[in-house]
Ligand binder design. Structure first.
Ligand SMILES: C[S@@+](CC[C@H](N)C(=O)[O-])C[C@H]1O[C@@H](n2cnc3c(N)ncnc32)[C@H](O)[C@@H]1O
Length: 268
């Protein structure tokens, strides 16, 4: 737990705005770390972009973990009646530099569907647009997106709400309800009770039990500097009435895999 003068110093840096350049310098340092080469047959984004999404540059992690997370989304969508290969329109919200899209977009497009990824960071979507199949654009920190109402059949967002304050997270869930076709599926990850217990800082575990939603490092919203935490019950309280919960899989205790909520847009 961050206590005493360190906590005060951090807050002063956040309030003065100096935390921005300091956090960016830390990301540049991480991008220079030695890495084991790995080739999965597709172009890898530069180390600096991998750090922006994963907090580390390791290409092996980027590729293997990305494939595992993509397979998890595709498996859940299949189980809930919306296979990625069945000609659907799919939206990767907060796509980063395509860690997951590099695996999902080809499946969607080969099946005759439409794939789009969006992110607040223009450098990340520019890299995706230049190197991956699918359509990639920037979106604002707060909704709305530029997507038409009821135009999308499947949405997924991996570790995106986990970097937003409560009001903005709630607004994005409402935006998902707006753009999903009736019966459409949204799969959204978050830091839940189990994830906090296994992998979170002690104050996250304590604060979500008290308040239901906790923001660690309350500055640079949308970046990896800020992280947000909630309970599974707290997450349900963020949902708009149009989204029903199909299932919530708790965060994993044996590996840092976030909780995932599978949500369906009600038909009436
Ligand atoms: C931890 S990274 C995960 C990226 C990607 N989903 C993945 O799993 O590799 C969080 C991503 O969410 C993006 N992001 C944060 N807030 C966002 C928002 N309001 N809308 C869209 N993207 C956002 C960040 O720019 C970053 O690329």
């Amino acid at each position: 737990m961050r206590t005493g003068w360190r906590k005060v110093a951090h807050r002063a840096l956040e309030l003065s705005g100096l935390i921005g350049p300091l956090h960016r310098a830390q990301e540049r340092r991480l991008a220079q770390a030695d890495v084991e080469a790995f080739d999965d047959g597709r172009p890898l984004p530069p180390a600096e972009l991998r750090v922006l999404v994963g907090g580390a540059a390791d290409p092996k992690w980027f590729s293997h973990r990305g494939r595992a997370d993509a397979e998890r989304f595709m498996d859940l969508a299949r189980r809930h009646g919306s296979p990625f290969e069945s000609g659907l329109s799919v939206w990767d919200l907060g796509c980063g530099c395509g860690r997951i899209a590099r695996w999902t977009a080809p499946v969607v497009l080969n099946g005759g569907g439409a794939f789009r990824g969006t992110d607040i960071n223009p450098r990340l979507v520019e890299w995706c647009a230049a190197h991956l199949p699918g359509s990639y654009r920037r979106n604002p920190l707060k909704p709305p997106s530029d997507l038409a109402p009821e135009s999308i059949e499947v949405i997924y967002a991996y570790s995106v709400l986990t970097h937003l304050r409560e009001g903005v997270a709630r607004a994005w869930l409402a935006e998902m309800a707006r753009v999903l076709k009736p019966g459409g599926l949204a799969m959204v990850t978050f830091h839940d009770d189990d994830y906090a217990r296994a992998w979170g800082p002690p104050e996250a575990q304590a604060q979500i039990a008290l308040d239901g939603y906790f923001v660690l490092n309350d500055a640079l919203e949308g970046s990896n500097y800020m992280s947000s935490w909630t309970t599974r019950q707290g997450f349900r309280a963020l949902l708009p009435a149009q989204l029903e919960v199909c299932e919530i899989r708790p965060g994993q205790l044996d590996a840092p895999v976030q909780a995932i909520a599978v949500l369906r847009r009600r038909t009436v």
